[in-house]
Design a protein around this ligand. Structure first.
Ligand code: IVH
Length: 677
């Protein structure tokens, strides 16, 4: 192996491209991100020392430094077409009949279809010359698009040079650029926090991002590319079917959709459609239908085109995820921490597969941004299991009697003063435990499954206890005499005994559960588990200085501040003391020592639904034993804990021959290593 700087740079690039391909195209990373970052850093250093070694397709050259002044126009050699739509099974049957009529004697006994999810993003064209990415362009009007090369270069799943060999000298690849749902939600959450404008939906987010003139901004947004066809090709041949072309594209390093399948006949298309529709919510990205394409290219050629769409393909649409309805009123809900949230009451509307009659409006900034008034016609979006959102209003449809949304000046539940904290978007009730709404929410949280897990103490009972003022704090739950429970609506002897037994059982708890149950602001299940693991005991945790709290994983200045405020509050201390007097107890958490970390150096993945413990608890237990917990399965994964409903991660583990254990085996292992749960 030659050790010249130039040879080292070439080796680093090849290695980085391989890791990038494994991660983004195969979804199967073989090394941790840190290794990728280390190699990239080494390459940067080398290129800084020897600038003559920099090549345009080097992985260091994804983000240009200067924003463009404007977009240049691009003429598409072959127009980028659109698709005909189908809305039901009959439309599909009609589609096949049209195909057969046209093909006549050339129609095969069964027509083979390539089925592909229809990603809801932006159509783009990528031009590779001699394997190097030369240009990226938007579809535009189909003939003329915009040059977005500077932006597509920043998208990690788009290779700057193709892998392997055998690709045509000129290869134009087409596909969709989109923003995965999680990235979209995270981006909008941050935008809302900063008081910036959130995007209406992932599609607009992708479009807005691609229209950035400054590639440094694009690079910060989580865009993905998925390829679905080829355009202009010169100097090389491609396979004879749509599905084989996609396979070839993937071998050349381009991302294609792993859900794509080839099926026989139009009935099988219907089955594929049903399957994907059932899966739609669990996909990481939005799809708005399925594209069915005649698989054989010779048949495609015979069928040809009508105006702007091919005769050989059709897009069958899913029910819409956005619909219009009327905003009837805005009510204000008070949450566990006093945050007052405006909730839209809507004329019921069927959207994203369910009937929606409420949607959150987040806060005053959001209402101002939407410029929404009561009586307005609004656009509602519900995608996946994300809560329904009001995305915009229809200004033309504002009635004359529309009235502005008025924010309460005192708490709508307890009449306490309200305040908008510095730098905060939310209005907050300052009533604390005086406020019935906060008390109810705190109690609901305290008894919930992942907290104290008091089975049978539902919302109706909590409401009665709070409304009659028999319970002021969570500690009062342990002090209520039997006849108070018996006196509540719908409580008989049997249910009272059962509930009292559940309350008694809840006293033996764990430190992570206890911390979580207290409902300290911003302290979720994961943070509670990290705190318990770090400090080991309540005493150590509650006396820790802010600077010490900051050392804990997941704890930033905001959380540390909330924690200290809680520990310093006399009311909170009274409640904790009362809980302990009532008999609530837990074992201290063993801090892992060297020999107590039998899984050190191993990477584990938890997937599916676990019964006995939450996924974060499972993660915390693994960390306690020294394992690293990863979100995706690769050849480097040591073991996968799979509960019911495990999907693609389980499949990948089986493909890669990674050990898989079920929850029972996992619990046995934890017990063996003395992890207390
Ligand atoms: S094929 C000539 N395949 O849908 C065929 N399009 O309504 C043209 N789209 O502009 C497109 N996923 O942006 C094709 N697997 C897929 C697709 C797909 C999404 C988009 C594409 C196109 C629009 C047509």
């Amino acid at each position: 192996m030659s050790n010249t700087p130039s040879a080292e740079a070439a080796r680093l690039r090849t290695q980085l491209e391989l890791y990038n391909y494994e991660y983004h195209v195969l979804d199967a990373p073989t090394v941790p991100d840190s290794e990728y970052d280390r190699l990239l850093q080494r390459l940067r250093t080398l290129e800084a020392e020897f600038p003559e070694l920099v090549t345009p397709d080097s992985p260091t050259q994804r983000v240009g430094s200067e924003p463009l002044a404007q977009f240049a126009q691009v003429q598409h050699e072959i127009p980028m077409l659109s698709l005909d739509n189908a809305f039901n099974a009959q439309d599909m049957v009609d589609f096949e009949r049209r195909l057969r009529d046209r093909l006549g004697a050339h129609a095969p006994a069964t027509i083979e279809y390539a089925c592909e999810p229809k990603l809801d993003g932006i159509a783009v064209s990528l031009l590779y010359r001699d394997g190097k990415l030369e240009r990226g362009a938007t579809r535009g009007d189909g003939r003329t698009g915009e040059d977005i090369t500077h932006n597509v270069r920043t998208i990690p799943s788009i290779p700057l040079r193709l892998r392997g060999d055998g690709y045509p000298g000129v290869l134009e690849v087409r596909g969709e650029i989109y923003m995965p749902r999680a990235g979209f939600e995270a981006f909008n959450a941050r935008a809302r926090e900063l008081g910036e404008k959130p995007f209406v939906n992932p599609r607009n987010a992708a479009a807005g991002t691609l229209r950035q003139l400054d590639p440094r901004l694009t690079a910060q947004r989580p865009l993905q590319m998925c390829c679905y066809s080829v355009g202009h090709v010169e100097g090389g041949a491609l396979p004879e079917t749509q599905s084989a072309i996609l396979d070839r594209l993937q071998q050349w390093g381009l991302r294609t959709n792993p859900e794509s399948e080839v099926v026989n006949g139009i009935e099988a298309c219907d089955q594929y459609f049903q399957r994907l529709e059932a899966k739609r919510d669990s996909l990481a990205y939005d799809i708005d239908g399925i594209v069915f394409k005649v698989n054989a290219l010779d048949l495609q050629e015979r069928l040809g085109f009508v105006s702007r769409a091919p005769r050989w393909a059709i897009a069958r649409k899913f029910p819409a995820q956005e619909e219009m309805t009327r905003l009837l009123d805005v009510e204000f809900q008070v949450g566990r921490t006093g945050a007052i949230t405006p909730v839209a009451r809507l004329e019921p509307v069927f959207v994203g597969g369910v009937t929606v009659s409420n949607a959150t409006l987040h806060n005053a900034d959001e209402i101002e941004r939407l410029d929404v008034m009561i009586g307005d016609t609004v656009v509602i979006r519900r995608a996946g299991d994300v809560i329904p959102q009001v995305v915009s209003i229809v200004p033309d449809r504002r009635p004359d009697d529309a009235r502005p949304v008025e924010f309460p000046t005192v708490c709508p539940v307890c009449d306490s003063p309200v305040e908008r904290g510095e730098g905060e978007a939310a209005l907050r009730c300052l009533g604390g435990l005086v406020c019935g709404a906060q008390r109810k929410a705190a109690l609901r949280h305290f008894v919930s499954r992942k907290a104290m897990d008091i089975d049978g103490l539902g919302e109706k009972l909590i409401d009665q206890l709070v409304d009659t003022d028999q319970v002021k704090t969570v500690a009062d739950l342990y002090a209520l005499p039997r006849d108070v429970w018996l006196g509540l609506e719908r409580m008989g002897e049997k249910s009272t005994d059962k509930l009292l037994a559940a309350i008694e059982r809840s006293k033996a708890t764990t430190l992570p559960r206890f911390i979580y149950a207290l409902g300290i602001r911003e302290v979720g299940e994961t943070t509670a588990a990290s705190l318990a693991l770090h400090f080991g005991s309540w005493e150590a945790l509650s006396s820790a200085a802010e600077s010490v709290l900051l050392e804990v994983e997941d704890v930033g200045p905001v959380v540390a501040d909330h924690l200290r405020q809680f520990f310093d509050s006399p009311d909170a201390n009274t409640v904790v003391a009362a809980l302990r007097t009532a008999g609530v107890h837990w074992p201290d958490v063993e801090r892992p020592s060297e020999d107590a970390t039998p899984l050190a150096g191993q990477t584990w993945v938890v997937t599916g639904k676990l019964e006995a413990l939450g996924r974060s608890e499972a993660g915390a237990a693994l960390k306690q034993l020294g394992a690293k917990v990863a979100g995706s399965v690769s050849a480097k994964t040591h073991c996968v804990v799979a509960g019911p409903g495990a999907g693609s991660k389980l499949k990948k583990a089986q493909e890669l021959d990674v050990t898989v254990i079920d929850e029972a085996a996992f619990l046995a292992l934890l017990q063996e290593h003395g992890v207390s749960l």
